[in-house]
Design a protein around this ligand. Structure first.
Ligand code: NAD
Ligand code: WQD
Length: 342
């Protein structure tokens, strides 16, 4: 029997590469399209090594309609996962037009081409950033979205709205938007993981680079918040668990189980972990000493947010499985692999 094929836009990136592995494990064929603006071909090569499958990878920009159309002309797939976007919050404040153009044009091109070629299913990478600073914890999918605090966050809100309105209009097409909480960690093989460019802005890459001696000292941004230990709280989700949520979403749409043409799911563990807890667990589980200091609050930070993942657990049939300890061990293994540390 011919396998179902899934187009993975941004499949060379951090979450896309892990999702490609899980799609192949689940019996799907995959075609990757990526412009390598924030990734390297070596990630795709390593995905091929992990899976033993010669996954096709087309270098193209999803904002370039003609180049993108060629992918639709050449490959038969009924589903696409849209990871292709620019994702650095700070950069989006400096270069808003880059973010609006890249994140919105690539999505609109995808919707238009899916429609033109009669393809049905889209999974979209949304983010807990759409909730802003929530009034109540944990957040459910019904928790109101707050005005975005960055152009990046705004592109996620606008993208959700574009998908909601398009799915209402274009019968036969379906979308699942997954609102990721904080993805961390790496594949257990340590062959793929996150590749931050320059100085990492996110906590875990900064932690692993500090442990590896590339950064001198981790700054913990604030210990005077109104939380049990004074540091901020997040819901850290293992990237392989997150990848499996995409497989569950594709299965749901292909098997005709979607109840609406546009559905939203929170993808988190349901557990809030503070920055100081994470730092301590990282040291314990990996038996390394981390140089860190308490620094002033980072402007714009949300104090606390974690997911209520009940809907994903019960409706999507997906649940986070890894412990934070396993995930922090995988993050350190990946950093050691990258740096050749034994
Ligand atoms: P990433 O940068 O590692 O992956 C994105 C990939 O898309 C990269 O390989 C990049 O080269 C590619 N890309 C970007 N623009 C493109 C374009 N126009 N055409 C073709 N390819 C393009 O990022 P990631 O962490 O894997 O994130 C994937 C998605 O998940 C993004 O949409 C991001 O906004 C979203 N997301 C990420 C996080 C996170 O913390 N990592 C959290 C919530 C949501
Ligand atoms: C986590 C915690 C920091 C670095 C970002 C985006 C969000 C989403 C996920 C895409 C915070 C603290 C960090 C450091 C620190 N991405 N920290 N020292 O800010 O929750 O979310 O990534 O959609 O949109 O905003 O993640 O990893 O930057 O920070 O103390 O060197 O770690 O203050 O409390 P954040 P993060």
């Amino acid at each position: 029997m011919k396998k179902e094929c899934v187009l993975v836009c941004g499949g060379a990136g951090y979450i896309g590469s892990h999702t490609t592995v899980e799609l192949i494990n689940a019996g799907y064929d995959v075609v990757i399209v990526d412009n390598f603006s924030n990734s390297e071909m070596s990630a795709v090569e390593n995905v091929r090594k992990i899976t033993g499958v010669e996954i096709p990878c087309i270098e193209a920009d999803c904002c370039d309609m003609e180049a993108f159309r060629k992918v639709f002309e050449k490959y038969e797939f009924n589903s696409a996962i849209h990871f292709a976007a620019s994702k650095a919050v700070g950069e989006s404040l400096e270069k808003p037009m880059l973010y609006y153009r890249n994140n919105l044009t690539s999505l609109m091109n995808l919707i238009d081409l899916m429609r033109e070629f009669g393809r049905q299913n889209i999974v979209f990478s949304s983010s807990c950033t759409v909730y802003g600073e929530p009034d109540k914890q944990p957040v459910t999918e019904q928790t109101p979205r707050k005005p975005a605090t960055s152009p990046y966050g705004n592109t996620k809100q606008i993208s959700e709205d574009i998908l909601r309105d398009s799915m209402a209009a274009y019968k036969g097409m379906k979308t699942i938007a997954l609102r990721y909480f904080n993805p961390i960690g790496a594949h257990p093989s340590a062959m793929i993981g996150e590749l931050p460019r320059g100085v990492p802005q996110n906590l875990v890459p900064y932690v692993t680079q500090t442990a590896a001696g590339i950064r001198e000292c981790l700054s913990v941004f604030g210990d005077d918040y109104n939380t049990p230990d004074g540091s901020c709280i997040r819901d850290y989700i293992d990237v392989t668990d997150l990848a499996k949520a995409h497989v569950a979403a594709i299965n749901r749409m292909i098997q005709g189980r979607s109840e609406e043409n546009y559905e939203i799911f929170n993808v988190g563990t349901g557990r809030g972990v503070s920055v100081l807890e994470l730092v301590n667990k990282f040291q314990e589980v990996n038996n390394v000493k981390l140089n860190f200091k308490i620094a002033p609050r980072r402007p714009g930070d949300i104090i606390a947010i974690w997911a209520d993942p009940t809907r994903a657990n019960t409706v999507l049939g997906w649940k986070a499985e890894r412990t934070i300890e396993e995930t922090l061990a995988s993050a350190w293994n990946w950093e050691k692999h990258l740096r050749g540390i034994k």
